[in-house]
Design a protein around this ligand. Structure first.
Ligand SMILES: [Zn+2]
Length: 282
């Protein structure tokens, strides 16, 4: 494959580096005049290689990889540290149906697996609701530009009435593991995380082999939302199974008591639950 590879032009590389935040304080009209031999450019390319953990790969080649639409450097570390939701219960929704070639069921399964992946490793409780107009985090398919898989907005001390949108590229040829990787990544942004080092779920380029938060990611979310509780909150997927075993009504699990879901081999955390169309925590 490498003999078929056409390197991006120097102007394309400058544009990419500028869009990703490597020439902070410079306008594009200024950056496009830079020579590749100037220290401002060689420094930026070196910074790019370091940030992405490149060893043998050429930065110019790496820049062509499918990636997230957010820049590598968009905020100060202090701004990033304060980027979070004020509450632990954060709702999500999506209308991803139709991401080629996945079925709506597979897309929804990836979404549930992704929100659960974050809820499992920190104190946040992400749930799915079938209401795009109310969910704190909601996602649509759309046009994100060539090579851009998805993007998300970032919270800023956001509250229960705030909403963050995400867009997933409808032109991408998605696999389940790629979509799972990208949803976990974008939800990571939507709960406050910036881009992380190579090997983290928050690395800017897609890594279909990374399908759960890694140590850097976990450290970042725990710093915002605390450690995960001793038991997992129910998700919509689990709730639908539980529905088959319970009658409609109101259920209280007092503190220090738990119910055990044998099918999923885990406990349902104490709290109040209401069974209407599906089991939901109240
Ligand atoms: Zn990203």
């Amino acid at each position: 494959m490498s003999n078929l590879w056409t390197p991006p032009t120097e102007t394309d590389q400058l544009k990419t580096l500028w869009q990703l935040g490597y020439f902070a304080g410079h306008e594009w009209d200024e950056v496009r005049q830079f020579l590749f031999t100037e220290p401002v450019v060689t420094d930026a390319v070196e910074q790019y290689a370091n940030f992405h953990g490149l060893k043998d790969e050429e930065p110019a080649e790496h820049m062509l990889r499918p990636r997230c639409g957010l820049p590598d450097f968009a905020r100060s570390p202090e701004e990033a540290r304060l980027s979070k939701w004020r509450m632990l219960d954060v709702t999500t929704s999506n209308r991803l149906s139709g991401l080629n070639p996945l079925s709506a069921e597979r897309e929804q399964a990836a979404w549930i697996e992704a929100i659960e992946a974050w809820s499992r490793v920190c104190g946040i409780r992400l749930t799915f609701i079938d209401d795009m107009a109310k969910a704190n985090i909601y996602a649509n398919p759309g046009s994100t530009g060539p090579g851009v898989l998805a993007y998300s907005y970032l919270p800023n001390d956001s509250g229960p009435d705030d909403q963050m949108q995400q867009v997933y590229n409808r032109s991408t040829n998605w696999s389940y593991s790629l979509l799972l990787n990208v949803i976990i990544h974008e939800i990571g942004h939507a709960i406050g995380l910036d881009h992380g080092p190579r090997g983290s779920i928050m690395q800017p380029t897609a890594g279909g082999d990374i399908t759960r938060p890694q140590s850097w990611d976990i450290q970042e979310v725990v710093s915002r939302y605390g450690e995960a509780g001793p038991q997992l909150p129910p998700t919509a997927e689990k709730a639908l199974t539980i529905k088959n075993r319970l009658s409609p009504g109101r259920y209280d699990l007092e503190p220090n008591t738990t119910d055990y879901d044998y099918e999923f081999n885990q406990t349902i955390k104490p709290g109040k639950y209401r069974l209407v169309g599906e089991l939901e925590m109240v």
